[in-house]
Ligand binder design. Structure first.
Ligand code: ATP
Length: 745
């Protein structure tokens, strides 16, 4: 269907609206007039763009096209929830801006110095120098190294069962400070089972349930009716064979549990379905929180309803007792509420099962028909917490990450599960969120870690509130309506079992739906960030050492100490591969003991800048000493440049092992655990030796063959360089959080 429209003529028209509402069952369309307040999923007299006719024919009057259609509005909302730049993108933008300024200022200074010393330098010299400085200041290998780090990082994350859909999200993961997680299936196993049935006639536990047999136990007919409603108002399908958990049915976990419970009491869902034709369905929706189906039972038309207790109890006027329908008095009401409270306070999900007779002629139901219901009973379901969740939450908290549980379940269930998981703080419900303005919500989220009865719209407000208070937020979701919240979050996390729309919008997809996978992805994200920092330290310090070297030699009135072609050779042919190989470094174990990076903190923090500054000072001072003393001794500028070029090349290849870990000294770091790094350093040595000895390269780079003595000097130089770097590394603080950990360990 290519436009929205009001249906004016139908013949058995059924439309699948899964793309819009997430409801996989086709909806039967009608031509009647419906109430204005009715929700989108219930507007059975409308057809919507982007949905598919699965049966019948119809005519409609077009009411909206293009971006005005319902699907168009969702698309617009997704678009308007603007793409946010990741912290890395912003930081790299700032860095390239700063480098650009350095290049321009230095080139201008050099041109000015050159013009002032026009007796020493020709315009060609000045031009070559300006080019050399520009080439030196720009770390040519940076862009490719960062891309490879992110791409390899994505692979590492994938190995831990999370699929990163957007390259830059891999790095943002490392700075996540709040993880908003769904409960069902993520913190819990998502394998529900019925543990209790409460009716006005009594209560049945799991083992009593298994001993029930249809028809034989008249005392328990209320419980049997509840089970029957649970099996009929249910969309699971029979599997060909039981799954690994022994489940006979496939579908929504809550519904599978109900069908399994009915089976253990002697009802076969497929037989019931066959005997009791379903005329119509109001599908379950996480906003509506109930499901209703219309049936023909013993020549009577009846609607069966199951859903969240608080939502249905408001619409209940009668209750079932021993097959009789009695008026619900205040005392009965209190009794049912108490029963529900006692079940939910044990962390159980409670569904109310209701029914209501309808006029025989009625062939469809609207949400407005779901009033004056008769409550048959309550069914309580348990969903065990995943075994690794407690430990993972502690791990996340140890890493300074706040874990927030967001659930569609009610306050008491959420609070009981939250207690089991060690969550502290208050519980806030979706209704309470809606009643708050932004300022009140910003205050509340500071001390609330559990959000109950939350709808997809509430999730967007939560994401915005956390982001406004400076947090980097990851939000999970699976439904169609979760799209905007996933997009608004810094990291949108979709469940592998979720809808395509959620997966399309998300930054990462959890292939196994598990909470621990989110934390594992964050851990890998931190390792990625650490590798990016290493590459920045490595490439920037050597690039800027070259800049200092050239500028100082020109300022001292000496010839150019390195040629632009030599700098390019070092930066591109030699140093790029080792820098790229850093992508394969595994993160330090200590990474998950530190708090997340503060949002907006520069990628080069004060301690890193100090480190880079020290490296530049050490390397360039040593190189200048080498350059001037060798030039003074030999007066051979090509040989002196070759020595400077080779000394810089060797020392940068050695220094990468020292720069790799800021926590551990060179001799304690795992030198051989990154085989790609070893191979790339070997390749770098080959490139350097080729540059010095291969005649075509000698011509290109104006280098000369070196003798054993020269190499001895260069090796001595590199050894001194690395010793000084290690001394500086030991005396410099790590970033404030990292140093705390280093002290602890
Ligand atoms: P979480 O948000 O913790 O992952 P969820 O997404 O499963 O949980 P919803 O599906 O929104 O939460 O469910 C909200 C409430 O709706 C539940 O507490 C339950 O009372 C009711 N409910 C859930 N599934 C069904 C269903 N298939 N039919 C009827 N009611 C349901």
């Amino acid at each position: 269907i290519s436009a929205d429209g009001r249906i004016i003529d139908v013949l058995e028209l059924e439309i699948n609206e899964a793309t819009l509402t997430g409801e996989s069952e086709p909806i039967k369309k009608v031509t009647g007039v419906l109430s204005e307040e009715i929700g989108l999923a219930d507007r059975t007299n409308m057809a919507y763009a982007g949905t598919n006719v699965v049966n019948g024919r119809g005519k409609m009057v077009v009411t909206a096209t293009g971006s005005r259609t319902e699907i168009g509005q969702i698309a617009r909302l997704v678009q308007e929830t603007g793409e946010t730049h990741t912290p890395l993108e912003r930081e790299l933008g700032k860095l390239s801006h700063a480098l650009g300024v350095v290049v321009i200022v230095l080139s201008l200074i050099l041109i000015a110095v050159g013009l002032l010393r026009s007796n020493l330098y020709t315009p060609l010299d000045i031009f070559q120098t300006a080019v050399a400085v520009a080439v030196a200041a720009i770390p040519e290998g940076l862009a490719i190294s960062l891309t490879v780090i992110l791409a390899v990082g994505m692979q590492f994350i994938l190995k831990r069962r999370a699929l990163v859909r957007k390259l830059l999200a891999a790095e943002t993961l490392g700075s996540v400070s709040v993880i908003c997680t769904d409960k069902t299936g993520t913190l819990t196993e998502g394998i529900m089972s019925v543990v209790r049935i409460v009716t006005a006639t009594g209560e049945l536990n799991r083992s009593e349930l298994a001993q029930m047999h249809t028809g034989q136990d008249l005392q328990k007919q209320d419980a049997l009716l509840a089970l029957r409603i649970g099996a009929l108002c249910n969309n699971v399908t029979l599997r060909k064979s039981t799954d690994e958990h022994g489940a006979r049915y496939a579908g929504d976990t809550t519904e599978v549990a109900l069908a399994e419970a009915a089976h253990s009491a002697g009802f076969e869902k497929e037989v019931l379905d066959h005997e009791t034709a379903r005329l119509f369905e109001v599908p379950f929706d996480s906003r509506r929180k109930f499901m209703a189906t219309l049936h023909q039972v013993d020549h009577k038309t009846v609607v069966y309803i199951k859903g969240a207790f608080d939502i249905l109890f408001e619409r209940t006027t009668h209750f079932e007792k021993n097959g009789e329908q009695l008026k619900l008095t205040n005392v009965d009401k209190d009794w049912f509420v108490e029963q529900e409270k006692s079940l939910t306070s044990q962390g159980l999900r409670v569904l109310a099962l209701c029914h209501k007779p309808l006029p025989h002629s009625q062939t469809s139901i609207q949400e407005t028909d779901i009033i004056d219901l008769t409550l048959v009973g309550l069914i309580a379901l348990s969903d065990p917490i995943r075994s690794d969740v407690l430990e993972t939450i502690k791990r996340a908290q140890g890493a300074g990450i706040r874990v927030v549980m967001i659930t569609g379940d009610g306050r008491d269930t959420a609070s009981a599960i939250g207690r089991e998981l060690g969550f502290s703080g208050d519980v806030l419900t979706g209704a309470e969120i809606q009643a708050m303005d932004d300022a009140a919500l910003a205050q509340s989220i500071k001390h609330v870690n559990i959000f109950a009865r939350v709808s997809p719209e509430d999730k967007i407000r939560l994401v915005e509130a956390y982001r406004a208070s400076g947090e980097v937020v990851s939000m999970t979701g699976d439904g169609v309506n979760d799209g905007p919240a996933l997009k608004a979050a810094d990291i949108g996390v979709a469940m592998g079992s979720g809808t395509d729309i959620a997966k399309e919008t998300a930054d990462i997809v959890l292939l196994d739906d598990r909470f621990s996978t989110i934390v594992a992805a964050v851990e890998e994200g931190r390792a990625i960030y650490q590798n990016i920092q290493k590459v920045l330290i490595y490439l920037l310090s050597f690039s800027l050492s070259e800049v200092v070297l050239i500028t100082a030699s020109i300022a001292a009135g000496a010839p150019l100490s390195l040629l632009a072609s030599q700098i390019l050779w070092l930066n591109l042919a030699q140093d790029s591969l080792p820098a790229i190989a850093l992508a394969f470094d595994k993160g330090d174990g200590e990474n998950m003991l530190e708090p997340p990076r503060v949002k907006g903190s520069p990628i080069l923090d004060a301690s890193m800048r100090l480190m880079i500054f020290s490296l530049i000072t050490i390397t360039s001072v040593l190189l200048l000493i080498l350059f001037f003393s060798f030039y003074h001794l030999t007066q051979d500028i090509d040989l002196t440049r070759t020595m400077t070029f080779t000394a810089l090349g060797v020392s940068s290849l050695v220094a990468i092992f020292s720069v790799r870990s800021r926590r551990r000294p060179l001799w304690k770091s795992h030198l051989f655990d990154n085989k790609y790094l070893l191979a790339s350093v070997l390749f770098g040595i080959v490139m350097l030796v080729s540059a010095v000895y291969l005649p075509p390269l000698q011509l290109l780079l104006r280098t000369q063959a070196l003798g054993w003595m020269h190499w001895a000097i260069i090796l001595g130089f590199s050894a001194l360089n690395i010793i000084l770097i290690e001394v500086v590394k030991k005396s410099l603080p790590l970033s404030s959080s990292a140093s705390r950990v280093a002290r602890l360990s």
